[in-house]
Design a protein around this ligand. Structure first.
Ligand code: FAD
Ligand code: SF4
Length: 508
């Protein structure tokens, strides 16, 4: 009996039970393939980071005595597709059993299921032992009605016994400290940068380029900063706890030209490639609270992101795929403005967030939601375009987490399955939460005229256009009431201004 075990690029969980025993009859297979680099145009750092982490993982397995077959992107025998490589290896190495972990992306799961149906050897699919919720149970639970995240999160707190008192009540008397997490950041306390442990990945980058992979953004190959190994990822986690956790909650929604990271952890890449386990991250921040190193509001806010949002989003994905990826409930059809790929816009907030994304493969949640996402929504861009952009540009983008966040939370294309109202904001929101408007060609105060901030007229135009779908939403009652406060001439001028912006999106 000779078993092939497939390890995908986002399955770098060295603590998986597969690796507990050395077995000379098991061959681990890992591969860098064009079918994975080309399904969307990825950020250069995403391709580099995943391949570098895969190579380190393969080395670690080999050093531990496991047998590994690793196909590099430029290897001549690489057939550049998961299925074709697997078929060849199975026949070449006389494999009699194929085992794999559940794939997190629907596309990959489908490919591997199709492959299995053509094989004449036994196939076993095991859990990736990473997530906190079982996928089949989540699928069933979310099949008919998607619960609000808050209720799901409370259940998870109880299930995992996180931040509860002896009576099973939430510590501090409430489940959610979000209301305390909305401060603007004006430069103090100083925002820590992430730990810089730059690696030189130039040789790997040369291989990627010579294979002809097309990417976007700055590769930063000479000084690559994202963690590509478990030890490095653990250093990031400790660094976050020591330097940023205390203020994570306070400035969670803040944005600034003076700091790319503010007090965010930057752990999404390490989590999504499974270098870190979500429970070890949660436990580490809860320990910090118990040692009085961080306040409850900050710790609860952070736990909610991982125990709540991350697991919830995955549940929505698996309960609603494949239909979810084509939803376009607001019937938006415009292309994304061309400056989403260059950052060349006069709008300071978007210029900053997009340039930073192209430079680093990272933007924090509110930049994604309330800048790039908000603008694409107000401008009526097609959710397919928006999805492709998000799936490509961020180092942490894997479809199971990107899609519900983008199409659902940010573009409202599911008409409210995830968000109880569209996440829209005018310039006053961006001004309140950032310093972007201080040095912008546009004026955040104006709705009409050449200097008027496009977010303003587009905000009103969006709500007017979608009145039939949104007006009965109680959370939007105030928006429609305020619209009625403008006289008809003002309403007409705002609509005209919005249409002017919409006709000139590429030069805005
Ligand atoms: P922190 O702010 O430090 O949060 C800690 C962790 O919580 C994150 O690392 C992440 O694992 C988890 N988390 C926080 N918010 C979410 C959320 N809404 N959904 C799932 N997990 C969450 N996250 C991805 O991991 N991959 C994506 O492709 C992705 N695409 C997004 C697209 C849009 C339009 C939006 C609005 C959000 C998206 N997110 C995505 C969620 C979130 O923005 C990122 O997880 C976060 O910015 C990563 O940075 P961080 O590690 O510094 O997060
Ligand atoms: Fe962004 Fe408008 Fe503020 Fe300029 S004025 S930074 S475009 S919100």
């Amino acid at each position: 009996m000779r078993t092939l075990r497939l390890i995908l690029g986002d399955q770098l969980n060295i603590r998986h039970s597969w690796y507990k025993q050395l077995d000379p009859n098991v061959l681990y297979v890992m591969m860098e393939v064009r079918s994975e680099t080309d399904y969307v145009r990825h950020h250069a750092q995403k391709v580099l980071g995943i391949f570098a982490a895969m190579r380190r993982f393969a080395d670690a397995l080999q050093s531990a005595g496991h047998q590994v077959l690793y196909l590099k992107i430029c290897d001549q025998q690489n057939r550049q597709s998961l299925s074709e490589n697997l078929k060849h290896i199975i026949s070449d190495k006389q494999i009699t059993r194929f085992e794999r972990q559940q794939a997190d992306e629907f596309r990959v799961e489908e490919t591997l299921e199709q492959l299995a149906s053509t094989l004449s050897i036994p196939v076993e699919i095991v859990d990736s032992e990473h997530f906190l919720c079982n996928r089949e149970e989540l699928k069933e639970k979310f099949a008919h009605k998607i619960p609000r995240m808050e209720f799901f999160y409370r259940e998870q707190r109880k299930h995992w016994q996180i931040l509860l008192d002896a009576q099973q009540k939430p510590l501090g008397g409430k489940w959610n400290f979000d209301a305390e997490n909305r401060k603007k950041w004006v430069g103090t306390p100083k925002a820590p940068d992430w730990p810089i442990q730059a690696q030189n990945l130039q040789a790997l980058w040369d291989e990627i380029c010579s294979a002809g992979v097309k990417t976007m953004g700055n590769p930063s190959a000479n000084a690559f900063t994202w963690p590509t190994g478990r030890q490095q990822a653990k250093v990031w986690l400790q660094y976050f706890i020591q330097h940023a956790l205390v203020t994570f909650g306070d400035y969670q929604d803040a944005m600034s030209t003076e700091s790319r990271t503010l007090f965010h952890s930057g752990l999404s890449f390490a989590l999504n490639t499974k270098l870190l386990h979500p429970l070890e991250v949660i436990q580490a921040v809860v320990d910090a609270y118990e040692k009085q190193l961080a306040p409850l509001a900050a710790v609860e806010g952070f736990v909610r992101q991982i125990l709540g949002w991350r697991e919830y989003i995955r549940g929505v994905y698996w309960a609603r795929m494949p239909g979810y990826q084509t939803l376009n409930g607001l019937e938006h059809h415009r292309p994304l403005p061309s400056w989403y790929w260059s950052g060349k816009t006069k709008m300071n907030c978007l210029r900053h967030a997009i340039t930073q994304s192209l430079e680093t493969g990272y933007a924090h949640h509110i930049q994604r939601l309330m800048l790039t996402g908000n603008f694409a929504l107000l401008a009526g861009c097609h959710p397919d375009e928006v999805d492709h952009w998000y799936l490509g540009i961020y180092i942490d983008a894997f479809q199971w987490v990107e899609l519900p966040n983008t199409r659902g939370m940010s573009q409202f294309a599911d008409l409210g399955l995830i968000a109880s109202k569209p996440y829209t904001g005018s310039a006053s929101y961006i001004h309140r939460m950032s310093n972007y408007c201080d040095e912008c060609s546009y004026s955040y105060k104006e709705k009409i005229g050449d200097k008027s901030c496009p977010f303003n007229s587009l905000y009103w135009n969006f709500h007017v256009l979608h009145e039939s779908k949104l007006k009965n939403n109680p959370r939007l009652a105030m928006v429609y009431k305020n619209w009625q406060r403008f006289d008809s001439a003002e309403q007409e001028a705002i609509t005209q201004q919005a249409n002017h912006h919409l006709s000139n999106l590429n030069s805005i």
